[in-house]
Design a binder for this molecule. Sequence first.
Ligand code: GLY
Length: 369
Amino acid sequence: MAVIDVALAGRSYNVHVARDLLDEVAELAAAFIRKPVVPVVADANAKAHHGPRLEKALTAEGRQVAWYEVPSGESSKSWQGLQSLTDWMLAQGVERGDHVFALGGGVVGDLTGFACSILKRGCGFVQIPTTLLAQVDSSVGGKTAINTAAGKNLIGAFHQPSLVLADLTALDTLPDREMRAGYAEVIKYGILGDRDFFEWLVENGAKVVAREPAALEHAVATSVAAKARIVAEDERELSGTRALLNLGHTFGHALEAETGFSDRLLHGEGVALGMVLAARYSARRGMISESEAELVAQAIADVGLPSEISALQLACDGRKLADHMLHDKKMDAGTLPFLLLRSIGAAFLAKDVALDDVASFLDEQLQHR
Ligand code: GLY
């Protein structure tokens, strides 16, 4: 069992990483349960797989659970989804001093977190992430949001949870493809800031994806600890430190946009390809060697994640992909900062990248095999 502290002045909280935490929720979250009915928001898949276990744990002392089920999928992160959820929370009598529990992946965590940030000007919430991606990334750090017609996560708030319980047994029912997609965010921590962790993953990545308990716990706990350090240093992404977590996301976002944010390319798969592109683009600019960039590509391919954009068979050129980047929410005064590498384990924010150069690099990559 690992317990990681996210150290924020006056709002510190713990992230527990272990097996079977779902059975211990009542004890671990006792400080956040103060009424006989516990409000729990869950996506349909998470509720089907883990709801009975969570309900058993929460009702052991005569309490009840009030469930709010959210349809699985990104479309739940909408104005309408937010309105329905906040109406339900008000009907449940949720007060500012109460906590709402969020069971599921990033969609449920982001939606519930945002609803809690505005309910009566802010109530508490506890995250129980059930996907690898949510455990190592979205449940930690307090970014909450919904999507609008103009783009993803454009309306939201920083609102930190009071507790995160990452139960590794919840990953047993996760489809393999989603497990691999979550792994992209795990290896991201190695590539952006921890060469030793990257090398450990090169050796042990297959065990992590296969959910071998010791390897999985080490990978999730190391990732959460890295994220906790970054969030504690730059909670609101002001100094550039938290921006490092966007490694691979600018290229990845362009690929996700070109594939219509669909099942053709999951977010984590876009991030995996984006990190390969960031590494190869860093090599093109002479910042790292080509062999180092290929180490990144190989480590990603080794677990079965996509590593070549040519395999996506996109009907577009590099310019079109680069144009998608103009809508990236990281645009700052007309320029788009790019996360590049000084070495594996040392990412940095480059503010001098010309989109024309990125477009011709992407043209080459679209042919690369
Ligand atoms: N997922 C990026 C961040 O939390 O900043």
